[in-house]
Every structure is written in structure tokens, then in C-alpha cells.
Write a protein that binds this ligand. Structure first.
Ligand code: MTE
Ligand code: MOS
Length: 796
């Protein structure tokens, strides 16, 4: 369109800009939901009545004593709910339960003039319980056949034939832990009611539209009577995708019943004991490889720990199953999935959304298989990487996998992998009590929501008469830099300096029917919607620009153009919309093209482990990550560093413990604060962390990507941390090799090392003990170990 005003100057995308609110974050100027509460007059404070049992029936609940406590205004119970007494979308999450399903479950809420009054009121509410038997661990759930939801199967090829044709067949099983989100801002909502009965809620939510829906159904209102705003979140990581809804509904119910603003903000201990976490998984597997170590067949059962209700457990399990291949071609595959119901918090989305759990299975398998087959682990992984045009077990072609191979080569070079491997071998030969390990691992992660309908987004772009621009979109800001990127997209699309564009907070009355900001797709979806709106406005401005050029013989300035367009009665604002093309997904058959493209990354990690204690340090990590043509390189590198670190925490430090004993505390979350739950901090960061973004393709047009050629970045980097776990395995193996070759004797190959997840120093120490004890045997008859079922060689 020649008539379009031409974007002048440098495009804003690709600029290494700081986060749009970075200064506000670090100076304390940035407003979060609870800051708004503090600025609101006449606010009531909500406090939960938490049950002291993992499973129990509520036989009596008497709020009367609480009402005697000075400052207590009201006690909310099931009897107060005018609509549906349910906090979720599956109708399996009573908001005010009569059956306690986990230790800490809120059975009632107390509203007080102060938080202290509400707290004292909550402890005065009298509740009688009949305790019931509780299922806590995956083993208990499997033994009791306590499952919930669908039990999908993903299948390709002929698994039996694949095993028959394999030179090596290995089997094993292991469990991986869940993870606490530990966002800095705990769950928070502030609800108000206006003179017309409209409910307005500020909430720390990744999914304002769904918070709106749940609040409406709890209150028995239509969606147009409820507005949800999310100013920003102080971290969410998937934990605010579904979990905020019931809490917002409690605040809204309180506001409707009292006519006063109600603030609900969980303390850290409440947040940790009440809100869902990453799913722990158990996996049993059998794998077949040919004589060269090429994967032939995989059979696996993944059992996730869903906690007390389904929440997002089904889609999390789907993504886990769709990522069990990680970056490797496996011709014959059969994976079964099931979700355990346990008496714990309802486990939920967490960065990677099941992908990390699925991928950990194949990385664990390859880590063990390398030693069993006597093939260097890096070489074994490289041999199995997808080639161009191969397909995933669910039938999607792995386009652009050349980018993954390029990242792999780049890491080997930039990390001086081979030289360091040699140096580590020399170091380990000279140091009996401190061993170093090195590993390189790939990431392939599918981008789009598996649930096809979620792959749509909307935006509003307003151009005012003075030429300034206000944008609004359906995505939420949780620290990931989405708003920064959206400003860059709008400025680029309109050809304006970024300062001319402002972004307004997310609200359901601006852009309706939005999807959760999740699946890393926030920038892909909302960016495309913003670009659509900008292009609509530009298309309308085109003829006006032509007229002005003809009149003046000059390119009109933006302000002049906008003014002239307004006077000519041209609409200066637009609603943009986008839906991802080309997606298909049959969730029963587990087949289709659920992803628009794949994001890739590669990491190499070096660790040093102390043989007396199992303590270790991460000496160096080198990452090359694929974000396509970066919209905002500084933001993207921050996401890669943050995601990697969160993955490091999950795999090596963070250790959720519930009381699984038979005492009165059964089911209590023992790690309910930062004092008992170990998070990564500066001292656990790699001494050297090098992050590079993979450069453009020789033929960039071939790259499958989203807005302006960019790729999503939010979740994939989590799984770069597999490199650290595998480096630990490598170092542990070296302890066994002392005084002999151990295992196969190949470089970087010790005995088969089994490593618990998280690989805490304690777990590492036990693995060293096992490796030392098993040195020279290479195989144990422990039922959970890797055992070679049939085959020709490899195990010493
Ligand atoms: N980064 C920060 N700083 N805080 C967060 O809460 N959440 C992650 C990731 N990066 C998160 C984050 C998760 S779980 C997802 S799905 C994406 O950001 C969501 O945002 P995006 O789609 O805009 O990438
Ligand atoms: Mo992210 S787990 O998809 O919110």
C-alpha cells in the first residue's frame, strides 16, 4: 500500500531495552494489587479458617464465636454463596468445602476491620472434623488406584517390533519432585462494588477473563457485571493461571455482602499451604536402542500427582506426554498418562507446564543409557537429535530443526567443550575427593496452547487527536516483559518513537474473552493482535496521507496526519484480533499439529562435587537459545537466565516435603516458608554464565516463528537446566572410576548413575555412595534401577 504513512526511523523491535517498569520496580513506585488496597478507604481484610487435617469431613461449623471478636464484621460460609459454590471450571473444587481435601484447606473466611481482627476471628470459628484416611504419596495413590480425569495414550509405530529390533533394552523408574512457585507477590485480590451492583476486582491473575467467569458464577451474576483488572503481578510462573479465581471470588462475595471493599492477600505460609504447585511425576520406562545407541522404542507410563482436584492437571499431562521425546527421534513410542488424586494442594501450571517433567524422563534415560552402552553422553544425545522433516510421536513435523543443530555446534565451540572434557578428565585423575562433570543437553519446546481455542487474542489501539497512542491487550504482565515487547511492536507497526505509545493495564472490560497469559505465547498472540489493530489504523490513514502529500508535496508529519484524519472523520482507533493459523489437536487420539513452531536451546554445564558431603558448585554454564528474531534482546536474555535458574532450583535444590507419617500432622506441608524450602540464590548461580541468542538463519524466511519473526521465550529456558543435572551425574560417575576405569571406560562414561530429583547435595552424596559401591559391577538388582534386560554389550 503506497499510501501508508511509512514508519520513519529505526524500528523499536530488536532494541535491547530495559523492562518498561524496571525503574518503578526497583524504586517501589510500581503498584501491585495489594498496594491499591492500602490506598482504598474502608477496606475489610479476609483471613481463612484452615483445616488441620489432610482429609476430613466437616461435621459442624459455628461462626458465632468469631462474631464476638472485636473488629470481626462477617464470616463467609457456603450458605452465603448466591451462585455456584465452586472455584474452578470443572466443578470439582468446592469454594467452601464440607469435605476437607488437604491440610490447610480453607473451610470458611473471616472479614475484619483489620487483618489482626480477621485472624483472631478465624481462630475463634468452631469447626468439628471427622478425620478420614488420606493418600499422600504417588505410591499410595497408585496402590489405591486413586486417579482422576482422563488417562490418555500417545502411540506411534510398533513398539514391540521396535524392542525386537533393539540391541539393548533398558528399563527403570524414577520420581521427580514438584516445585513451589514462590513468586515474590503472594496471591492477592481487592474487590469493590459500585452503585449499580457492578463488581470490580483488582487481582494478581494470569487469566483475568477466567477470574471474571468464576467470580460471576460464584456470585450468580452475568460476566458483564464483573470486571477484573490486573495491574501487574510480582511473579506468577503459572501459579496464577487458575489458582487466583476462588480467592478473587471470596473477596468479591465479601464485597457484595458487606458493600465494602474487601482485600484478600495470602501470607507466605498461607500461599504455600493453600495454592497448587508444579506436579511431581513418577515415571516407569523401557527403552530400546540399536548397537550405535540410536533410540528404537520407548514405552513409558507417566503418573502425575494432581493433588485434590483436577485444575490444569489434564493439559499439564498432555504437554508432558507431548514432550517425552524432547529433541530426539524415537520411531516407536507408547506413552500412557494418568493423574493421581492425593490429599494435597491442587497442583497446577508451572513454567513449562508438564514439558519439563516429560523431557526429564528421556534425559534421565539417556543419562543412564550412555553409561550402560559405553557411549559418551554428549555423543549419544547428538546421535539421537531429530533430523529435518522427522516427526514427533504425535505426528507434527519438527520444522527448522537445523536451528537446534546450529545451537548445539555453537555451544560446543563457545564452551570449548572438547578441551574442557580433556581438562576435567585430567582433574579427576588427580583429585580423589573432588570430581568435576560436564554435560550438554538440548531443548525442543512446542509453542502454542495444546487446547486450540486458547490460541486467540485481542487488542485495542487508540490514536488520540494529538497523535499519542494508547494500547491495551489481553495479556498480563508478570515480570516477563510482555508489556515492553507490546510497546515495541506497536511503535514499530506505527513507525513511531516508542515514547509516543503508552500501555494501559489489562482489564476484562477493554479486551474480552482473553486467554491466560501462559504457554509462553503472550507476545506471539497479543503482539499479532496489536499489529493487526495498528495496521487497520494505518490503512485508514493511507488515503489521508496521499491527499496531504498531493497538497503539500511533502511527507506529512504523524501529528499533522492524525489531525487531518480526525477532521475528515476517519476512525483513529481499532480493535485487533489474531488467531494462530494451522493448528489441529485431537486430544483423545493425541495426534495433530498442536504447535505453531518449536523453540530450541542448548546448554553445557560444568560442576564440581565434593565426595565427602555431596555438596557441589556449578562452575560454568554456556547457553545458546533460539528466540528467532528477538523482539527485545535484553528482556529475552533475562528470561533465559531466569528460566534456567528456576529449572536449576527445581532440579537441584527445591525439595517439597509433606508430613507422610501417621501422626496428627499427616499431610501438613513441612516446607512452608523460605526457611525450610531452599530456593536458588546468588550463591547457587553458576560462577560463569554465558547466554547467547541464536542468530538469524542464512534463510530467515524459512524460520517458523511469530510476530516479526520472533519466538516465544518464557518457558523453554527452564529445561536448559537439565545440563546441570547431567553434569552432576557425570561427576558422580567419576567417583566410581577412581582406581579403575569404572563403567565402560569410555571418556565421560562411568557406571550407570541413578540420581534422585531434586539432586540435592544429600541426594548426590547417596548417589556417590551407590556409585562407589557399584563400581566395577555397573548394575544392581534394585527394582528401581536401570537394568539391561537384553542386549549384547555396554554394562561392564
Ligand atoms: N518471567 C517472570 N519474570 N515472571 C513470571 O511469572 N512466568 C513464566 C514466563 N516468564 C514468568 C516469567 C511463564 S510460566 C510463562 S507461561 C510466561 O512467562 C508467560 O508470559 P509470556 O507468554 O508473555 O512469555
Ligand atoms: Mo506458564 S506455566 O504457561 O503460566
Amino acid at each position: 500500500m503506497s499510501g501508508l504513512p511509512r514508519p520513519a526511523g529505526r524500528p523499536a523491535i530488536g532494541d535491547p531495552r530495559p523492562h518498561e517498569a524496571a525503574a518503578a520496580h526497583v524504586t517501589g513506585r510500581a503498584l501491585y494489587t495489594d498496594d491499591v488496597a492500602l490506598r482504598t478507604h474502608g477496606v475489610l481484610h479476609a483471613h481463612p479458617v484452615q483445616a488441620p487435617h489432610a482429609h476430613a469431613r466437616v461435621t459442624r461449623l459455628d461462626p458465632a464465636p468469631a462474631l464476638q471478636v472485636p473488629g470481626v464484621v462477617r464470616v463467609l460460609t457456603a450458605a452465603d454463596v448466591p451462585g455456584v459454590n465452586d472455584a474452578g471450571i470443572k466443578h470439582d473444587e468446592p469454594l467452601f468445602p464440607t469435605e476437607v481435601m488437604f491440610h490447610g484447606h480453607a473451610v470458611a473466611w473471616v472479614l475484619g476491620e483489620t487483618l489482626e481482627a480477621a485472624r483472631l476471628g478465624a481462630s475463634a470459628v468452631e469447626v468439628d472434623y471427622t478425620p478420614l484416611p488420606a493418600i499422600l504419596t504417588l505410591d499410595e495413590a497408585i496402590a489405591a488406584e486413586s486417579f482422576q480425569g482422563a488417562r490418555p495414550r500417545l502411540e506411534r509405530g510398533d513398539v514391540d517390533a521396535g524392542f525386537a529390533a533393539s540391541a539393548h533394552v533398558l528399563e527403570g523408574s524414577f520420581e521427580m519432585a514438584g516445585q513451589e512457585h514462590f513468586y515474590l507477590e503472594t496471591h492477592a485480590s481487592l474487590a469493590r462494588v459500585d452503585d449499580d451492583g457492578q463488581v470490580f476486582i483488582d487481582a494478581s491473575t494470569q487469566h483475568p477473563s477466567e477470574t471474571q467467569e468464576i467470580v460471576a458464577h460464584v456470585l450468580g451474576l452475568a460476566s458483564h457485571q464483573v470486571t477484573v483488572q490486573c495491574l501487574r503481578m510480582g511473579g506468577a510462573f503459572g501459579g496464577k493461571e487458575m489458582q487466583p479465581h476462588g480467592l478473587a471470588a471470596v473477596a468479591a462475595l465479601g464485597a457484595v455482602l458487606t458493600g465494602r471493599p474487601v482485600r484478600l492477600r495470602l501470607t507466605r505460609a498461607q500461599d504455600m499451604t493453600m495454592s497448587g504447585k508444579r506436579h511431581g511425576f513418577a515415571a516407569t520406562w523401557r527403552v530400546g536402542l540399536d548397537a550405535e545407541g540410536r533410540l528404537q522404542a520407548l514405552e513409558a507410563t507417566l503418573t502425575s500427582d494432581g493433588g485434590w482436584s483436577l485444575d490444569l492437571s489434564e493439559p499439564v499431562l498432555s504437554r508432558a506426554m507431548c514432550h517425552v521425546d524432547n529433541a530426539y527421534w524415537i520411531p516407536h513410542v507408547r506413552v500412557d498418562g494418568r493423574i493421581a488424586r492425593t490429599h494435597k494442594t491442587s497442583q497446577t501450571a508451572f513454567r513449562g507446564f508438564g514439558g519439563p517433567q516429560g523431557m526429564l524422563v528421556i534425559e534421565d534415560i539417556l543419562g543412564r543409557a550412555a553409561a550402560a552402552l559405553g557411549i559418551d553422553a554428549a555423543e549419544l544425545r547428538r546421535r539421537n537429535l531429530y533430523g529435518e522433516e522427522q516427526t514427533t510421536p504425535y505426528g507434527q513435523t519438527v520444522h527448522d530443526v537445523g536451528r537446534l543443530h546450529r545451537a548445539w555446534e555453537q555451544v560446543l565451540t563457545s564452551a570449548s567443550y572438547d578441551e574442557r572434557r580433556a581438562a576435567i578428565t585430567a582433574h579427576n585423575a588427580a583429585h580423589p575427593h573432588r570430581k568435576r562433570g560436564l554435560a550438554i543437553t538440548p531443548v525442543k519446546f512446542g509453542i502454542s496452547f495444546n487446547f486450540t481455542a486458547f490460541n486467540q487474542a485481542g487488542a485495542l489501539v487508540h490514536v488520540y487527536k494529538d497523535g499519542s497512542v494508547l494500547i491495551n491487550h489481553g495479556g498480563t504482565e508478570m515480570g516477563q516483559g510482555l508489556h515492553t515487547k507490546m510497546l515495541q511492536v506497536a511503535a514499530t507497526a506505527l513507525g513511531l518513537p516508542i515514547e509516543r505509545v503508552r500501555l494501559a493495564p489489562t482489564r476484562t472490560d477493554k479486551v474480552p474473552n482473553t486467554s491466560a497469559t501462559a504457554a509462553s505465547s503472550g507476545a506471539d498472540l497479543n503482539g499479532a493482535a496489536i499489529r493487526d489493530a495498528c495496521e487497520q489504523v494505518l490503512a485508514r490513514l493511507g488515503p489521508v496521507a496521499d491527499r496531504l502529500r498531493a497538497e503539500t508535496g511533502q511527507e506529512p508529519a504523524w501529528e499533522e496526519l492524525v489531525r487531518a484524519a480526525y477532521l475528515s472523520r476517519i476512525q483513529l482507533w481499532a480493535a485487533g484480533y489474531y488467531r494462530t493459523p494451522g493448528l489441529s489437536w485431537d486430544m483423545v487420539a493425541m495426534r495433530g499439529n498442536p504447535f505453531k513452531y518449536f523453540a530450541y536451546g542448548v546448554a553445557a554445564a560444568e560442576v564440581e562435587v565434593d565426595g565427602f558431603t555431596g555438596a557441589y558448585e556449578v562452575r560454568r554454564v554456556d547457553i545458546v537459545h533460539d528466540v528467532g528474531a528477538s523482539l527485545s534482546p535484553q528482556i529475552d536474555i533475562g528470561q533465559v537466565e531466569g528460566g534456567f535458574t528456576q529449572g536449576l532450583g527445581w532440579l537441584t535444590l527445591e525439595d517439597l516435603r509433606w508430613d507422610t507419617g501417621d501422626g496428627p500432622g499427616r499431610g501438613r506441608l513441612a516446607t512452608n516458608g523460605a526457611s525450610t524450602y531452599k530456593l536458588p540464590s546468588l550463591s547457587e548461580m553458576p560462577a560463569e554464565l554465558n547466554v547467547a541468542l541464536l542468530g538469524p538463519d542464512p534463510e530467515p524466511s524459512r524460520t517458523q516463528a511469530a510476530v516479526y519473526g520472533s519466538k516465544a521465550v518464557g518457558e523453554p529456558p527452564v529445561m536448559l537446566a537439565f545440563s546441570v543435572r547431567e553434569a552432576l551425574r557425570d561427576a558422580i560417575g567419576a567417583f566410581a572410576a577412581t582406581g579403575g576405569t569404572g563403567g565402560s571406560g569410555a571418556p565421560g562414561c562411568g557406571p550407570v548413575v541413578e540420581l534422585a530429583s531434586p539432586a540435592t547435595p544429600e541426594a548426590v552424596w547417596w548417589a556417590i555412595e551407590a556409585a562407589r559401591a557399584g563400581a566395577g559391577e555397573g548394575e544392581t538388582d534394585d527394582e528401581t534401577s536401570t537394568s539391561e534386560v537384553s542386549g549384547t554389550s555396554g554394562v561392564a
